[in-house]
Write a protein that binds this ligand. Structure first.
Ligand code: SF4
Length: 351
């Protein structure tokens, strides 16, 4: 998949833009100043595949907590700031790796300059994040809520930083409407050289949010737009990481375990739906391995339909076949299918 190449910036040690891999971000839902809880959540998210974490910084205590949090985590941390430029400066002093703030929302030019002077010392990138729900009044009056208003607003924030000779920038233009999100990123991508942080905002609970994020983020990535992503769900942030990883894998932007399973039909004679779920759980430790595992309902079509799979099972009546690269290698009782499949994969990786 060809990607639209943007300026490369660094969040901590992670490169964003150019041809660098699309990175996965999430945001803590703990009180940032509760260091223990925040660190625990960041480390769990890191384990799941999160590469960059953002925390809310609504007060000085939160900004100061960043220095202690940083000592106990292994991924870059971004401070999310609104309105108060002093929180941005304090976060930089605490060692934060990047900021999310809109320069037009933190008061006078002097305030912005003070933040940028500090940011310049360590080349701290700034994400400008415009959301359709919080557009400035002048844009709303001029355009209403639309692509033009969102992109113009983002570019105005950008020009404030450019005037101060600061170009360590990435941008997001999120909306809760998927078509508006897609159109806004398309327009923005055509107008600026900076890397883009993709997301559909306030996308909803697990089911709805997963679909909206997959369509919004997925469509843009398929067009080569986007350098880092955050799936927003009204749920445990761990789920955001699982969805983000699957979006990237589905588009071939990330390698790893793929489980394919058939939708079941009148030929299915085993409890395939449960079996597929159990296989998914049992193969969690193989998440990073570049293998495809098939879980198919029947022995007539299963192995053939899943010929590309490295390993697979195909159900029969009370029994099933274990197959590898389209070749049947064993016939076993239905109860043993899961164990036999896992044993085969384990053996493959222990050799
Ligand atoms: Fe039906 Fe077999 Fe295809 Fe599954 S693999 S959908 S059971 S024909």
């Amino acid at each position: 998949m060809e990607r639209i190449s943007k300026k490369v910036i660094y969040v901590g040690g992670i490169a964003i833009g150019g041809n660098h891999p699309v990175t996965i971000q999430s945001m803590c839902n703990t009180l940032t100043q509760d260091i223990e809880k925040t660190v625990t959540q960041i480390n769990q998210l890191t384990e799941a595949g999160c590469q960059i974490i953002r925390v809310a910084v609504p007060n000085m205590e939160a900004a100061q907590a960043i220095s202690e949090i940083k000592k106990q985590i292994s991924i870059p941390i971004i401070a999310d700031i609104h309105f108060d430029y002093r929180l941005a400066i304090e976060s930089i002093k605490s060692g934060v790796d990047a900021l999310r703030l809109n320069p037009g929302n933190i008061g006078s030019e002097n305030n912005v300059k003070a933040v940028i002077d500090h940011a310049k010392e360590r080349k701290i990138p700034i994400r400008i994040g415009v959301n359709s729900g919080s557009l400035q009044k002048d844009k709303l009056e001029k355009y209403g809520v639309c692509t033009q208003a969102i992109v113009e607003s983002a570019l105005e924030h950008v020009s404030i930083l450019e005037k101060l000779n600061y170009e360590e920038i990435k941008i997001s233009v999120k909306a809760s409407s998927v078509p508006l999100t897609i159109d806004s990123y398309r327009l923005l991508s055509s107008k600026c050289p900076y890397p883009l942080h993709l997301g559909v905002t306030e996308s909803g609970t697990e089911f709805t949010g997963t679909i909206k994020s997959s369509i919004g983020i997925g469509t843009l990535l398929a067009e080569g737009i986007g350098d880092t992503i955050r799936v927003s769900l009204t749920d445990d942030p761990m789920k955001e990481i699982y969805v983000a990883k699957q979006i990237l894998k589905s588009l071939g932007l990330r390698k790893g375990l793929e489980i394919v399973s058939c939708p079941t039909c009148g030929r299915t004679q085993i409890d395939l739906i449960n079996l597929a779920k159990q296989v998914e759980i049992a193969l969690k430790p193989y998440e990073e391995k570049e293998i495809t595992v098939a879980v198919m309902g029947c022995e007539v079509n299963g192995p053939g339909e899943a010929r590309e799979a490295d390993f697979g099972i195909a159900g029969g009546k009370g029994l099933g076949l274990i197959f590898q690269k389209g070749e049947i290698i064993k016939k076993v009782d239905e109860k043993e299918l899961l164990n036999e499949l896992i044993a085969l994969i384990e053996k493959h990786y222990s050799n």
